[in-house]
Design a protein. Structure first.
Length: 255
């Protein structure tokens, strides 16, 4: 069932997003060679809690893992790992890496969700392009997030933009509605057909998240039962924000 948010509920979601943006800021400040992904997790969780929020991922049962709870505040995925990577003090960022960070906050009963891919030091031209295309694909999708359009219009815009630039999109995972729960209806695929899917309405909150691959979109889940990585070991990038469709246009809460 799709939830339509009131003005007051949107304000509460914006408040949760303030905490998320504080966590993103401290993560960005610490992306550099020699830093562990567990350290990124710890500083992000500290920033969330200092601003009155809780990490929304921590303790969440994963729908893809039979309800197994997640133990960390953020996900950190390196290079060919596209999503759901686990922070670890054994994973140290090095020059040339790309690290995708996914995080969510929960505050006063409402959620926010966002993700970014960062280069560590000097990165290759293809990685720079991947990161830019993932971000720009998000905005191509947002341009279609208009009252009266359909979810497929968002999906199709993302797909066309990414494929035009020679990359592929993850197919098994998608964006989603968001509100009191991290994952609500409707699902927001990154591949789709114009005019198909749920009708968009003012008051709908969505997490739109292009997940793109340098090569093949075929992926597998690593032995930790969380991390999703490309089968061909090629590089990946990811970009996500929580948005709300309003009469005045799209509000991007986590930007």
């Amino acid at each position: 069932m799709i939830s339509i948010k009131s003005e007051k509920e949107i304000e509460l979601m914006e408040d949760a997003a303030v905490s998320l943006k504080a966590a993103l800021k401290v993560i960005e400040e610490n992306i550099k060679p020699g830093v562990s992904t567990l350290y990124l997790n710890d500083v992000a969780e500290k920033a969330m809690r200092e601003t009155g929020a809780k990490p929304a991922f921590k303790g969440e049962p994963c729908p893809y893992r039979g309800g197994k709870p997640y133990k960390w505040a953020i996900c950190t995925s390196i290079n060919d790992e596209i999503i759901h990577g686990i922070p670890s003090d054994n994973v140290i960022l090095k020059e040339g890496d790309v690290v995708s960070v996914d995080l969510g906050t929960w505050k006063n009963g409402w959620c926010s969700d966002a993700g970014r891919t960062y280069g560590v030091g000097k990165i290759s031209p293809v990685c720079e392009k991947l990161i830019k295309v993932a971000k720009d694909a998000f905005f191509a999708g947002v341009d279609q997030a208009v009252h009266g359009n359909r979810v497929g219009d968002i999906s199709n815009a993302i797909q066309n933009y990414v494929e035009k630039h020679g990359f592929s999109l993850l197919r098994e995972y998608q964006g989603h509605g968001i509100g009191k729960q991290m994952h609500e209806d409707p699902g927001v695929p990154n591949i789709g057909t114009k005019g198909k899917g749920a009708r968009l309405q003012n008051g709908m909150a969505l997490a739109i998240e292009p997940m793109i691959c340098e090569g093949s979109p075929e992926v597998y889940v690593k032995r930790d039962m969380w991390t999703v990585a490309t089968c061909d070991k090629k590089m990946t990038a990811y970009y996500e924000n929580t948005i709300v469709i309003t009469e005045e246009g799209v509000k991007i809460l986590t930007l």
